[in-house]
Design a binder for this molecule. Structure first.
Ligand code: MN
Length: 257
């Protein structure tokens, strides 16, 4: 049997499960809120063109408005100034959109401390127990934040001192960009960086180092708890927006059961 026959046969008989890692897109989808004077994304919006009426008697369709970085989405290198000479979202190699993924589960730590930061030692310790990070694959960082994604206030978790959501230290972000074999970082939070990362040096280190290294980001993922520690294959489907800095994406994982 060919590999692809085995794959479709496995999906049909349930020995391979397709897990949806994508948050539903709606007007309630949480979006990043930057303070003045910075620009912000418009919420996702549907505007009806016709619905089986005078405007189109047999058909229903909508215009959509949103930002490139809304909901479950893909960050391309050109999103950040450090990656300005790198790939836009349409230039990302399609063979990299199907890649192995590992899950580092720090939901317990992030549950105790919303400002929890992943350190190099956490990843090294994980590697000692689970093997190396995948060459050409994704590090998926589970924090339990997907449980908050239907409630924008809990998801962004902001107070007068700013947003409190888990992320990664400056040193770990630099190491992941420059030394780890992965092509990208996937997270459950609104962006790849911690809520407090505006005050780090450099600010937003995951964006700065990873995108500067022509690597990628995936954000607002769900259902990482349903993936094995290693062995899943991730399929990311950003739209090929010419010149775009990112795109909402359908993200799926193939998991052997
Ligand atoms: Mn983004």
């Amino acid at each position: 049997m060919s590999v692809l026959d085995s794959l479709v046969g496995g999906i049909a008989n349930g020995s391979i499960e397709v897990v949806d890692l994508t948050a539903p897109l709606s007007e309630k989808t949480p979006i990043l809120q930057l303070p003045e004077p910075f620009g912000n994304t418009v919420p996702f919006t549907l505007t009806e063109i016709s619905r089986y009426d005078d405007r189109g008697p047999a058909w229903y369709w909508n215009n959509i408005s949103t930002g490139e970085h809304t909901g479950t989405h893909f960050d391309a290198p050109v999103h950040w100034v450090t990656g300005r000479d790198g790939s836009d979202v349409a230039q990302v190699s399609v063979s990299q959109l199907v890649a192995p993924a590992v899950v580092l589960d720090f939901a317990e730590q992030a549950g105790r401390d919303p400002d929890f930061l992943l350190e190099i030692d956490h990843v090294r310790d994980w590697e000692r127990r689970n093997g190396p990070l995948p060459e050409g694959g994704w590090l998926l960082y589970r924090t339990g934040w997907d449980a908050r994604s239907a409630d924008a206030e809990a998801f962004l978790n902001a107070d007068e001192s700013g947003s409190h959501t888990p992320g990664m230290s400056v040193e770990c972000a630099r190491w992941l960009a420059e030394e780890a074999p992965v092509i990208g970082l996937g997270v459950e939070t609104v962006g790849t960086d911690a809520g407090g990362a505006v005050g780090f040096d450099p600010p937003f280190p995951c964006h700065s180092f990873l995108l500067g290294a022509n690597k990628y980001g995936l954000t607002q993922l769900q259902n990482l708890a349903r993936l094995p520690v290693r062995g899943a294959v991730l399929i990311a489907g950003p739209l090929p927006i010419t010149g775009g800095s990112g795109s909402p994406a359908r993200v799926l994982a193939l998991v052997e059961r």
